[in-house]
Design a protein around this ligand. Structure first.
Ligand code: AKG
Ligand code: FE2
Length: 315
């Protein structure tokens, strides 16, 4: 009937009102369902893409920028060496040709020190550090100088305990330390193409024990980015022997080489030796330990015989 048709106002094409007014048309029912399905599919795919992106971002190190793992906790590396251009840091120090870095870089090996040796070295650290320990999260024990963290300070272990120290450490402990030092020294010399006899052990050389307790003094703040040659002066080659396992014994606490646009991490693993030239080509930091206890020993070498020290001895 014409008057009725005339009386019905025409809704604009595609509007909700128009859709609602076409219930009897099968074509018009199918169209919004298809649109809905398409939207659903697009939304699910979109959500998946966002999730995958987030996952990738967190794996790559989140807001730290791109992170590459140089040494995974699970792999056993016979040796990995990455050469990097030397910084100019060595120019402001006396040069010792055939030793002072001309070739710079970083290396990691899991086959120079055995897990058993790492375990035995760790028990030296445990014994010594059980005599003291920092109130904050980072304690050190320096077998050479005798420095031991106690509370908010350091004591000289040898002076404090006198002869009793012989009931704590054994001759075997010091022998083991020396053997490990020698093997690490040889590894560094080979990697950098220098003579093993041109390297001298230098100070400080120390065990570290880190947990997640809040820092109490600046000495507990181990996580700051630094350059060893600046921090310690005499270092030319730094080595770290890890004595516990990332994610088994502690969380956080990965070692990070910091570079523009990319961070490179070393995941600690008992027996893993990480070594590198000590200048600013190897700016680094340690992530905060989130749980558990992380043990390591820092053993460094200098090319300057005047800065050399003897191995710690049992007296
Ligand atoms: O324990 C580590 O992984 C690094 C320690 C360190 O950077 C240092 O002793 O200078
Ligand atoms: Fe360092």
């Amino acid at each position: 009937m014409a008057p009725q048709r005339r009386g019905a106002p025409k809704a604009p094409e595609g509007s909700g009102a128009a859709e609602r007014r076409r219930p009897s048309s099968t074509k018009s029912v199918r169209a919004p369902r298809e649109v809905q399905r398409k939207w659903l599919r697009t939304s699910v795919l979109g959500a998946c893409a966002v999730l995958a992106g987030l996952l990738l971002w967190s794996i790559m190190g989140g807001d730290d920028g791109v992170t590459e793992v140089l040494a995974h906790r699970g792999e056993i590396l016979p040796g990995r060496f990455i050469e990097v251009p030397c910084s100019e840091d060595y120019d402001s120090h006396r040069r010792f040709e055939g030793c002072s870095p001309r070739k710079c870089g970083r290396g990691i090996t899991d086959t120079v020190i055995t897990r058993d040796e790492a375990q035995r070295i760790r028990s030296i650290a445990e014994k010594g550090l059980s005599l003291g320990g920092s109130d904050g999260g980072a304690s050190i024990l320096d077998l050479h100088s005798g420095a031991l963290s106690v509370g908010k300070h350091f004591v000289n272990l040898y002076r404090y305990f006198g002869d009793k120290i012989q009931t704590v450490f054994s001759e075997e402990d010091f022998r083991l330390y020396r053997d490990v030092r020698q093997k690490v020294q040889l590894t560094i010399a080979q990697a950098f193409g220098i003579s093993v006899s041109s390297l001298y052990l230098t100070k400080p050389t120390f065990f570290s024990r880190i947990n997640s307790t809040e820092a109490r003094t600046a000495h507990d703040e181990y996580w700051h980015a630094h350059v060893d040659k600046v921090t310690y002066g005499s270092f030319d080659y730094t080595s770290l022997l890890y004595l516990s396992d990332y994610l088994d014994d502690f969380g956080g606490g990965r070692f990070v080489f910091m570079e523009e646009g990319a961070n490179r991490t070393v995941e600690p693993r008992a027996g893993r030796v990480s070594f590198f030239t000590s200048g600013s080509e190897n700016l680094h930091r340690v992530e905060k330990v989130q749980w558990g206890t992380r043990y390591a020993v820092t053993i460094a070498f200098t090319c300057n015989p005047d800065h050399g020290i003897a191995d710690p001895v049992f007296t």
